[in-house]
Design a protein around this ligand. Structure first.
Ligand SMILES: Nc1ncnc2c1ncn2[C@@H]1O[C@H](COP(=O)(O)OP(=O)(O)OP(=O)(O)O)[C@@H](O)[C@H]1O
Ligand SMILES: [Mg+2]
Length: 194
């Protein structure tokens, strides 16, 4: 685990983003969770690095709060791409999407949606999309540069399943390709302290 993470952290060094301020930001509320308390720090890291690794204890708010921060940042940067959040398990993808939709005061399948095998609750206006890592891998076959996403959050990266390892390898190359200022891809890897 240390190796892969060190690799990604190194990869991020020296990458900085150009962003145009957008005046109207949506109001996003955060519950009182450890990850939310570090919001400023996390946003600062996401603004200046292509890859950010977030490590936190179980229940600290990685899965539910980081997508909202990525959404805030995308609005601030004037981007209209999606925030793609992967989960290893189908049930988690649906449950977490429901929870984040609730927290953001939107219906499931609207601003926040999810896709797992045989179920797709995603509309054109869906900005935060949860999905299994298998779905993201399948999408690489149709869209090599994953252009629909401005930000990817690979959750439970420490599990190092085959899917996650393939995704991390794929994204390493993708981040090298997508260097243009308008389409910088943020990659956030939340994981537990193990
Ligand atoms: N569907 C839900 N209903 C009620 N509370 C929830 C729900 N989902 C998350 N929470 C609460 O929100 C908090 C943050 O959960 P979150 O899943 O973001 O943590 P996490 O850091 O990703 O944890 P883990 O490392 O176990 O994945 C937790 O205290 C959890 O109990
Ligand atoms: Mg989690």
């Amino acid at each position: 685990m240390g190796c892969i993470f060190a690799h990604f952290a190194l990869f991020a060094v020296g990458k900085s983003f150009q962003h145009d301020a957008v005046p109207e930001l949506p109001q996003i509320n955060y519950p009182d969770l450890p990850v939310a308390q570090r919001r400023d720090e996390i946003l600062k890291a996401m603004r200046s690095h292509q890859v950010v690794i977030v490590v936190g204890e179980t229940g600290s708010g990685k899965t539910t709060q980081l997508p909202k921060m990525a959404y805030e940042l995308a609005c601030e940067e004037g981007k209209d791409g999606r925030i793609g959040c992967t989960q290893p398990r189908r049930l988690a993808a649906a449950t977490v999407a429901r929870r984040v939709a609730e927290e953001m005061g939107t219906g499931l399948g609207e601003r926040v949606g999810y896709q797992v095998r045989f179920v797709e609750k995603v509309k054109d206006e869906t900005t935060i999309k949860f999905m299994t890592d298998g779905i993201l891998l399948a999408e690489t076959q149709r869209d090599r540069d994953l252009r629909q996403y401005d930000t990817l959050i690979i959750d439970e990266a420490h599990e190092r399943s085959l899917n996650i390892d393939f995704i991390l390898g794929y994204l390493k190359n993708l981040l090298g390709r997508r260097k243009d200022p308008v389409s910088y891809t943020h990659l956030t890897l939340p994981t537990k302290i193990v």
